[in-house]
Each structure stands twice: as structure tokens, then as C-alpha cells.
Design a protein around this ligand. Structure first.
Ligand code: FAD
Length: 610
């Protein structure tokens, strides 16, 4: 199975990605240049990533007392990715980039995520460098961001601490001005940081010359105390090795020490670390404290960090989709080859008949179609959101603002829906393999383990749900939700005219109404603890409605491009739509009913009753 036809259909037949080249920023591009990028990425993923997915799982990173050792394959994959120019693909020409639309960059990265999600940690490096382009000074861009885009340095995001994960307002890493002349530093106001950062991905390795940590820390108030809440949080660049104003290593190490590697369920190709900042293991200038350069203004660290959030979350969602897709393709191949059992005819089974392949059993088909519906639908959603990012940056003012608001509402779904349902797809892929799926002789168990991370990082499932119901659907007077409803209505209108799709259009209309009335009912008492007690079921009902819309819209495009696609491909897409509307969409009532009735069964249960 190849991903390419699915991707091509969604990009060119559905999203009309070619039309992006009419925008001034992308004027040098065309379908030819987009396809050339896909050819390169597909090849690198096939040669440098896919063959080593199991290697990076079994040869976990280890610390030899001095260095973190990773398999050679990880070094080779990193080198090939950096050499392809993909680290800076979407950047301006002046930055050494290709000015590629984000939609195309996101689609190209899907090949790598499917081949081996954990061998590369380029998304972090890109996110780090992108943030510096927006919020950094010219010197910070020159010394740090540009060296990250070239692949010479890599980047991390250091938010979490052992005692502060979801609740970042409780971080305790401190940053104090480094001497009286702390503001006279070319690389930005210089501080000394002390504290511990937990779960830091790619926090220590030898893949690059230097590692650039972006660290959230609090600058104490005049009384020496940390300011409570997120207001006190600032953002710092903390390089692992000290650099001069030209980006050359000075030979001195910064005071950042590896306290330990975390041994994970999956995603083992990327190191995950507990880092101690400023404990004095590597004193700088004879003094303990990690040297950090302030980014942006003091106390605005979280705002800077969240600037890149939409893209980071689309990246996590896409990773979840591609792991689901990898499992789907593996289980489809297995089901086509595994003989087991006999068909059930009108008079039962005939043991004298030869066995059939399991793909011929209705229940196995159900599990395959569920995976197809989850993964191809979620891929469409991710690309739709990526296209909104391009709209936000390159469309006229009104369209750009609409895209911004739509992204606000859709991003929690783009991150969370695939994390839940493409994980379920991975579980079904194991099921199709029977006992073999439960062994390490087949790849599907690793896909499930790798995918299990996605409901946890970049804001847990619960936190995303609170963000959706507690903030996103309410913001700016509910304008984002209204815009989304308008787009859904537009699809419904078109689908109503198509006999094969008219009943689905009606079902989607009912679902949309239910989402609207549930949102109001949840907030009817105006009490956040009532409204938000069932935020996750709300997100599930909302997410399924969004996916039903996406599938209906995709079905319209599939029927239109019937002439250019094989009949089987269109049949497959229409079957996935049918599956989604018959088997999945009806679930939303169960989820939304508890939200609308502000059911407090869980919320009110006293602790000792568990
Ligand atoms: C493999 C891996 C890689 C990671 N990479 C990075 C990284 O590079 N940089 C980084 O900074 N962090 C990273 N993280 C950290 C990750 O973002 C956190 O694990 C996550 O934010 C959750 O924090 P926590 O683990 O402390 O869990 P907690 O915040 O303690 O949450 C535990 C549970 O309680 C729930 N919960 C917490 N608060 C609430 C609330 N207010 N309402 C309802 N439910 C709540 C959560 O949803 C969750 O189910 C990584 C984590 C992992 C596992």
C-alpha cells in the first residue's frame, strides 16, 4: 500500500492545494515542485527511516556516563533529513528556506511519521527555531534559529517539571539577572537559571554540534518570591554548549546536566530526559547557574511559547494519524494473506471447503473499514487545518481572520481526535493479527505503543477538552463555532443535492444542532464546574461531528473526481463515509447527553467511594 495516492487526492482533488501557487509568497511553486518535494521525502523515509523503525525501538538510548548513545541509523536519518532542506522548507528564501506552503510541508512530513515516528525529532527543532524567528532578536535569530534550520544545532522545548505538567503556572525554575551588566549582552539579557525540567524530548544526544533549549522559568519579584500563576513566566534560550556572538562554540559547557533518561512505553528512538539546570555540575565562568538569554519581554514567556501551538498540535495530530495509517496498511496486508476459517453460508459452514483469507470475514472487514475511516478522515482533517495555517498567513485580511478563528476551534480536535481514534485503529490492527499481533514479530504492537503518547503530551486529552469547551467555543462571542457551523452547513447544502449523500447531509445537520444545543446547555447555569465536568465526552461528540463533516466533504470531491480515480478507490471512500455515518456518528448522543444534562455522576463521587 502506498500513501501517495491518498495524499494526492486529498491535496489536489479535495483541497485544491495547487491554487496556493497563485499567492505571491508561493508564486515560484506549482504541482511539479510540490511533487518533487514529496518524491524526495518519500525516498528518504523509505531508505533512511522505515528500515530502522524496529532498531530504534529495541536499541533504546543509553547513557555511558558521558554521552547518550543512539543507533547509527538515527544519525544517518537526521543527516538525510537536514540535507533535504526540510528543516527550513516553509521559511523565507532569505532564511535559506523554500517558501513552501505549510500544507505541503505538513503533507511531506507525513511520510517520515509513518516510516518511523521517533527516529527524528525535527518538529521540535523547527518549532524552536520558528519561535525565535517570531520573538527573537536579530542576534538570536542569526546565532540560534539559523543554525537550527541548517541542522547544525537542534532544539528542545522545556516546559514541564516533575511537579508541574498540565499546570505550568506551578513551575519553580528560577531565572535571576547575571551580574549588573546583564542587559549588555549581544545574545539577549543574560540570566542564570536553576531548576529541573522533566520529560524533555531530545534533551541530550550527540546528533548535532549543540542543543538549544527553550526554557520556561520565573523571574522572582522584588521580594525574591516567585510570582504566582502564568504571569510570572518568562522564556529563555539556554544552549547546552556556550556560543559566541558568531555562533561558534566557545569550548565551555553550560550548566545543564542530564539527571536521567526516561524509559518509555514507545517512541523510543527519541531520547527523553530529566535535565538539571544550574546545579553547578558545569559552572560557567566559575559560577553555578545555567546561562540563559531572555526571549521577548519578561513575564511573556507562555504567550511566546503558545505562539507556535497550533502548528505543534497539528504536528502531533498528524503523527497520530500516520501511526494509525501504518497499522492499517500492515493489517490490510496481513488480512489479505492469512487463511483462516470458512464462510458462513445459508446452511452454516462447510468444513470440506478450503479456508478463506480473513479479509473475507465480515468482522475483519469491519475492523479494516473502521481503521480506514479513522485514519483517512483524520489525515484529511490535519491537511484541512494545515491549509488554514496557510490561509491565516497569506489570504486577505478577512479570510485570514476567519482561518485564525477556525483554527482556534479545530486545533483541539486536530490534536486529540487522531490521538484517541487512530490509537483505536492501532488496537484494531493488533486484533486483526490475532495472537501474532501481540508479539514483537509484527510491527503493529509498536505502532500502538508509539501512538499511546499522543493523548498525553502537547496538552493531555483532558486539558484539550477543557480548552475546547471552556474557552474555544466561547471566545469572541462564539464566533469560531459559528464560522465552523457555516462551513458545515455549506457542505450539507452541496451534499443534499447528491442522491448518494443526501441522508448523510441530514444526519450531519442533526449532529450539528446537537453540538450547538449541548454547548448552550452545558453553560446554562454559568457555572464552570457544571459545564466542564464532562468536557471529554463533549470533545468526543464534537470531534465525531467534525469528522463526519470532513468525510462528507471528501465524499463530494471523490464523486467529482470519479473519472480520474479507479472505481475501487471511489467505492472505498464512499464506504468509509457510510461506515462513519452508520457506525460512528450515532455515538455522539451518548456523549453529548451527559454534557447537556450536566451529569455529575463522576464529578460528585466522594473519594472514599472509589
Ligand atoms: C514521552 C514524553 C515526551 C514529552 N516531551 C516533552 C517535552 O519535550 N517538553 C516538555 O516540556 N514536556 C514534555 N512532555 C511532558 C508532557 O507535556 C506532560 O507529561 C503533560 O503535559 C502532562 O503532565 P504530567 O505528566 O505532569 O501529568 P499531570 O499534569 O499530572 O496530569 C495527570 C492526569 O491528570 C489530568 N489533569 C491534570 N490537571 C487537570 C485538570 N486541571 N483538569 C482535569 N484533568 C487534569 C491530566 O489530563 C492527566 O490525565 C513529554 C511527556 C512524555 C510522556
Amino acid at each position: 500500500m502506498s500513501l501517495r495516492p491518498t495524499l494526492d487526492f486529498l491535496l489536489y482533488d479535495w483541497l485544491n492545494a495547487e491554487s496556493l501557487s497563485q499567492r505571491e509568497r508561493f508564486a515560484d511553486h506549482s504541482r511539479e515542485t510540490f511533487d518533487a518535494v514529496f518524491d524526495t521525502c518519500e525516498r528518504i523515509a523509505r531508505e533512511k527511516y522505515a528500515p530502522f523503525n524496529r532498531t530504534v525501538d529495541t536499541q533504546e538510548p543509553h547513557f555511558d556516563g558521558e554521552k547518550v548513545i543512539l543507533p547509527q541509523a538515527t544519525h544517518d536519518a537526521h543527516k538525510a533529513y537536514a540535507a533535504s532542506g526540510m528543516l527550513s522548507a516553509a521559511q523565507d528564501y532569505e532564511e535559506g528556506g523554500m517558501q513552501l506552503p505549510y500544507t505541503i510541508e505538513a503533507a511531506a512530513n507525513a511520510f517520515f511519521a509513518m516510516a518511523s515516528v521517533s527516529i527524528g525529532s525535527s518538529l521540535l527543532t523547527k518549532g524552536n527555531a520558528n519561535l525565535l524567528l517570531v520573538h527573537g532578536t536579530e542576534a538570536q535569530k542569526q546565532v540560534f534559529a539559523r543554525n537550527e534550520f541548517s541542522g547544525r544545532f537542534s532544539g528542545t522545548m522545556c516546559l514541564s517539571e516533575p511537579q508541574a505538567g498540565s499546570s505550568l503556572s506551578d513551575i519553580t525554575t528560577r531565572a535571576v539577572p547575571d551580574g549588573d551588566d546583564f542587559e549588555n549582552e549581544t545574545l539577549g539579557p543574560r540570566y542564570r537559571l536553576k531548576g529541573n525540567k522533566m520529560w524533555i524530548s531530545a534533551g541530550e544526544h550527540e546528533l548535532t554540534e549543540n542543543i538549544i533549549h527553550l526554557v520556561l522559568a520565573k523571574i522572582p519579584g522584588p521580594d525574591g518570591k516567585l510570582i504566582p500563576g502564568t504571569r510570572g513566566i518568562s522564556l529563555f534560550i539556554v544552549p547546552k554548549k556556550m556560543v559566541d556572538a558568531n555562533g561558534q562554540l566557545t569550548g565551555e559547557r553550560n550548566d545543564v546536566a542530564l539527571a536521567g533518561l526516561n524509559h518509555k512505553l514507545g517512541w523510543r528512538g527519541t531520547t527523553n530526559t530529566l535535565l538539571n539546570f544550574g546545579e553547578g555540575k558545569y559552572p560557567v565562568g566559575g559560577q553555578s547557574g545555567a546561562v540563559g538569554y531572555l526571549v521577548g519581554k519578561p513575564h511573556e514567556g507562555l504567550r511566546c511559547m503558545f505562539h507556535m501551538m497550533n502548528e505543534a498540535r497539528i504536528g502531533v495530530g498528524t503523527a497520530a494519524v500516520m501511526l494509525g495509517m501504518a497499522g492499517y496498511y500492515a493489517s490490510l496486508d496481513y488480512a489479505r494473506n492469512r487463511p483462516q476459517g470458512r464462510p458462513i453460508g445459508p446452511s452454516g459452514k462447510d468444513a470440506a471447503q478450503p479456508q478463506i483469507r480473513i479479509i473475507e470475514h465480515a468482522d475483519v472487514k469491519r475492523m479494516l473499514l473502521a481503521q480506514k475511516a479513522y485514519c483517512e478522515g483524520a489525515l484529511a482533517l490535519e491537511l484541512y487545518c494545515a491549509r488554514l495555517v496557510d490561509e491565516q498567513h497569506t489570504a486577505d485580511a478577512q479570510a485570514a481572520d476567519e482561518a485564525r478563528l477556525l483554527l482556534e476551534v479545530l486545533t483541539p480536535i486536530a490534536k486529540s481526535w487522531p490521538s484517541e481514534w487512530c490509537l483505536e485503529a492501532n488496537s484494531l490492527a493488533i486484533q486483526i493479527h490475532g495472537g501474532y499481533g501481540y508479539t514483537r514479530d509484527f510491527p503493529v504492537e509498536q505502532y500502538w505503543r508509539d501512538n499511546r503518547l499522543n493523548m498525553i503530551h502537547e496538552g493531555t486529552h483532558g486539558i484539550q477538552a477543557l480548552d475546547l469547551l471552556g474557552r474555544k467555543v466561547l471566545m469572541e462571542g462564539g464566533k469560531g463555532l459559528a464560522l465552523l457551523a457555516a462551513r458545515i452547513n455549506n457542505t450539507m447544502e452541496r451534499a443534499r443535492q447528491v442522491p448518494e449523500l443526501a441522508t448523510y447531509a441530514a444526519a450531519l445537520g442533526r449532529a450539528l444542532q446537537q453540538v450547538g444545543s449541548t454547548t448552550q446547555a452545558a453553560w446554562a447555569t454559568g457555572n464552570p464546574s457544571d459545564a466542564l465536568a464532562n468536557a471529554v465526552p463533549y470533545m468526543q461528540g464534537f470531534g465525531h461531528t467534525v469528522l463526519a463533516w470532513i468525510w462528507l466533504d471528501v465524499a463530494l470531491a471523490a464523486l467529482q473526481s470519479d473519472a480520474t480515480q479507479s472505481k475501487a478507490v471511489t467505492t472505498g471512500k464512499l464506504a468509509a463515509v457510510r461506515y462513519f455515518f452508520h457506525y460512528e456518528l450515532p455515538k455522539i448522543s451518548a456523549w453529548l447527553d451527559v454534557v447537556a444534562s450536566r451529569d455529575l455522576t463522576c464529578a460528585e463521587l466522594p473519594e472514599d467511594a472509589f
